[in-house]
Every structure is written in structure tokens, then in C-alpha cells.
Design a protein around this ligand. Structure first.
Ligand SMILES: Cc1ncc(COP(=O)(O)O)c(C=O)c1O
Length: 393
């Protein structure tokens, strides 16, 4: 019964069968507070009334239509995304990795003879061969070499290395505004502004992967909007349709101009049901909602810092993408303990706990999380990190 799924995931022995708002229910009826949102996906929680209604209405009208035909809902969403970013056009696909594949292809077409894209160590752009080759984590390449040529790795948040690595074959720089999968790594404050400047001075494309940081997660629609810059290619997915599969590659005019019919495509990309949900998500991301996300994030970080727990090394992030780095490699075990206690969180590697709560969390949700988190930390303090509970990995 449980053997036919490929073993490419290390799954927790919990099965969620229902969700409502920020609460998940497992098959035994146990409640969990969702502080992971399906890894930055269900920003507006589970069964959000207007998003669900929009998707349901579309489901009862039309499920699928080929991209050979016009689509007003796709046009509407593209209009919302380009208007909000000051960009020009949008290609819709189904996931983050596909949005990045398109970005890589578009950059290669735009670059002509210049095919090299500078990417960052620790970056994560997806699992398909192009995006994986752009991903600066060699452990994820093991067994899958050869990687695609045309990527040059530099250290994240290191402007000097970027400048030194540009040559006559460079066409673009591609980074995340905050590295999510690597442990919520926030770069230097001037990093993105400097990258924009370097790209302008050297006629390079600035590609920002906002698959995880976009769609309100950091308290702006896209994280780069904190810095008053506009990228040349911007990728989005995860939260864009609140859980239905949708990705977007948003292009500046100079990129749109080089793409011709037949250059790229997707059968399912821009599926009407996902687009209906996404149009509603965009409408829900008002200034008020974005401020709420910002303030909730500040509140969580302040409370956790104030715990002054010796097991906590740093707390970082922006809005509702928060990393808690421990002084010991206990993140996975803490995540497991929290799950036992009815709270869903993520971890990045051994030392960082990742919180990606939905945007609709209440003060009570935050206080409940902190209460349970504190009690789990207390168990670790008593066990000095060496008892059974610290060794359940
Ligand atoms: C920054 C970033 N880019 C790309 C991806 C890949 O997205 P997907 O899993 O939808 O292919 C992820 C997923 O975690 C991500 O965080």
C-alpha cells in the first residue's frame, strides 16, 4: 500500500486531509497550526473564501484551453503583474523551476553570442536541468552531471566577485533577493541596487528569482521593491495562485522584444483555474495586507529575539519569511518536535528553522507558536542537546 511512491522525499509520517485558514487537520482529526504554508505557497491560508470561489467558478465553466487561443483572464493577470512591477510582458507556466527555465532561455536568446549567466553559491532555482545548473548547491547535482554549461558561480552578496567574473560572454546575473532554501540568507542592504548598477554599466540582464520571496511574502509584492529597482526578468510561482500550480516569467521590454512565436511554450501553463485563483490573490494583496505581513514578521522576530535563548544564534528574514539559526544542528529535530506538538514549520539544513506562516495569521497564532516553541526549546535546554529528543534525526 505504501510502496509505490518514488522515494525522492523523506516524508514526515503525518497525512493532512483538510485545511481551513491557518489550521491543518490530519487524518486522525488532530489540528496543526500551519507555519509553513506548503513552503511559501498558501499565503492566504487554506480554503480562502474568495480564492476558492474564484477557482470553483472557473472549474464549473472551463478547465483547460490551449495557449493557441486568446485568454482574457491571462491578460488580466499579466496586466496586474506588469503594472505592479513596471515591466512589460508575462509568460505563464506551472512552477518555479519552469519560470526559471524560461528566464534562462530568454537570457540566452537576448544575449546572442553571450550565453553566460552569473549565479550565486547557495542559490536555489529548481530541479529541472537548466534551473538545477543555475543552482549553486553542488550536493544537489550529485548523480546528475553533466550540468548545463553557461553558469558561473560566485559568492552570494559579494559584489567584488561579481565584478571580477564578468567577461565578454556574460549576458546576465541571476539571484534570489533573499536565499530561501539555503536558510533565509539576507544579503547586504545595497546588494540588489549594486547588481542593478553593474547590469546597467555592462549591458547585462538582471534576473531576480522571486519564486519564494514574491507575492507578498516579504511585505512587498516582490522583495526587490524595497530597493526601488526594476529587474529585466522576474520569476514568480509558489504563492501566486495560493496552491494551484502556476509560474510566471515577467519580462522587461528589451527581453519581450527578442521572443518570437514558437520560442517557448507550455501546454498547461496559465491554466484557467490557476489563473482565476491568482487574479484573486493579486486583488487581495492590498497595501493594508502587505503592511500586516510586514508587522507580523517584525513581531515574530522581536518576540523570538527577546527569548534570549542560548540555543538561538540569530533570527533573520523579512516579512513572513523568517529563519531561526541555532547554535547546534538541531533544526530538523526541533521541526519534528513542533510537528508532534501540532505546529508545522520547515528547516533549511541542520541549523536553521524556517517559518513561512500564512499572511492571515493572528496575534493569537503568533503567541501560540511562541509558547509551544519555547516549551520545545526548554526540553532541549534540559537535555543539553544530547538526549533522545535531540537524536531523533
Ligand atoms: C527561489 C526558488 N526558486 C525556484 C524554486 C523551484 O520552484 P518549484 O518547486 O515550484 O519548481 C524554489 C522552490 O523552493 C525556490 O525557492
Amino acid at each position: 500500500m505504501k510502496n509505490a511512491l518514488l522515494k525522492n522525499y523523506n516524508r514526515y509520517p503525518v497525512e493532512f486531509v483538510k485545511g481551513k485558514g491557518s489550521i491543518l487537520y490530519d487524518k486522525n482529526g488532530k489540528e496543526y497550526l500551519d507555519f509553513l504554508s506548503g513552503i511559501a505557497v498558501t499565503g492566504f491560508g487554506h480554503q480562502h473564501p474568495t480564492i476558492t470561489d474564484a477557482a470553483n467558478k472557473q472549474l464549473s465553466k472551463l478547465w483547460h484551453v490551449s495557449n493557441l487561443f486568446e485568454s482574457t483572464p491571462q491578460e488580466e493577470l499579466a496586466e496586474k503583474l506588469t503594472k505592479a512591477t513596471g515591466m512589460d510582458s508575462v509568460f505563464f507556466c506551472n512552477s518555479g523551476t519552469e519560470a526559471n527555465e524560461a528566464a534562462i532561455k530568454f537570457a540566452r536568446k537576448w544575449g546572442g553570442e553571450r550565453k553566460t549567466i552569473i549565479v550565486a553559491n547557495g542559490g536555489f532555482h529548481g530541479r529541472t536541468m537548466g534551473s538545477l545548473s543555475a543552482t549553486g548547491q553542488s550536493k544537489l547535482w550529485e548523480g546528475f552531471a553533466p550540468m548545463l554549461p553557461g553558469f558561473k558561480l560566485v559568492d552570494y552578496s559579494n559584489i567584488k566577485q561579481i565584478k571580477n567574473s564578468i567577461d565578454k560572454l556574460t549576458s546576465a546575473i541571476m539571484v534570489e533577493p533573499i536565499q530561501g532554501e539555503s536558510g533565509v540568507i539576507v544579503p547586504d542592504e545595497n546588494y540588489l541596487v549594486e547588481l542593478r548598477k553593474i547590469c546597467d554599466e555592462n549591458n547585462l540582464l538582471l534576473i531576480l528569482d522571486e519564486v519564494q520571496t514574491g507575492i507578498g511574502r516579504t511585505g512587498k509584492l516582490f522583495a526587490h521593491q524595497y530597493f526601488d529597482i526594476v529587474p529585466d526578468i522576474l520569476t514568480s510561482a509558489k504563492g501566486i495562485a495560493n496552491g494551484l500550480p502556476l509560474g510566471a516569467t515577467i519580462c522587461a521590454k528589451k527581453v519581450s522584444d527578442v521572443i518570437k512565436p514558437g520560442d517557448h511554450g507550455s501546454t498547461f501553463g496559465g491554466n484557467p483555474v490557476a489563473i482565476a485563483a491568482a487574479n484573486n490573490v493579486m486583488d487581495l494583496l492590498t497595501e493594508l495586507q502587505l503592511n500586516y505581513i510586514t508587522n507580523a514578521g517584525v513581531q515574530i522576530q522581536e518576540i523570538i529575539i527577546a527569548l534570549k535563548n542560548p540555543l538561538i544564534k540569530t533570527v533573520r528574514g523579512k516579512g513572513l519569511i523568517i529563519g531561526i539559526e541555532f547554535t547546534k544542528p538541531i533544526a530538523k529535530t526541533i521541526a519534528k518536535e513542533l510537528l508532534n506538538e501540532g505546529i508545522v514549520v520547515g528547516n533549511s539544513g541542520d541549523s536553521v528553522l524556517r517559518l513561512l506562516p500564512p499572511f492571515i495569521i493572528t496575534k493569537d497564532d503568533i503567541h501560540y507558536f511562541v509558547k509551544i516553541f519555547t516549551s520545545v526549546l526548554l526540553m532541549f535546554s534540559f537535555s543539553n542537546g544530547s538526549s533522545d529528543i535531540a537524536n531523533t534525526n
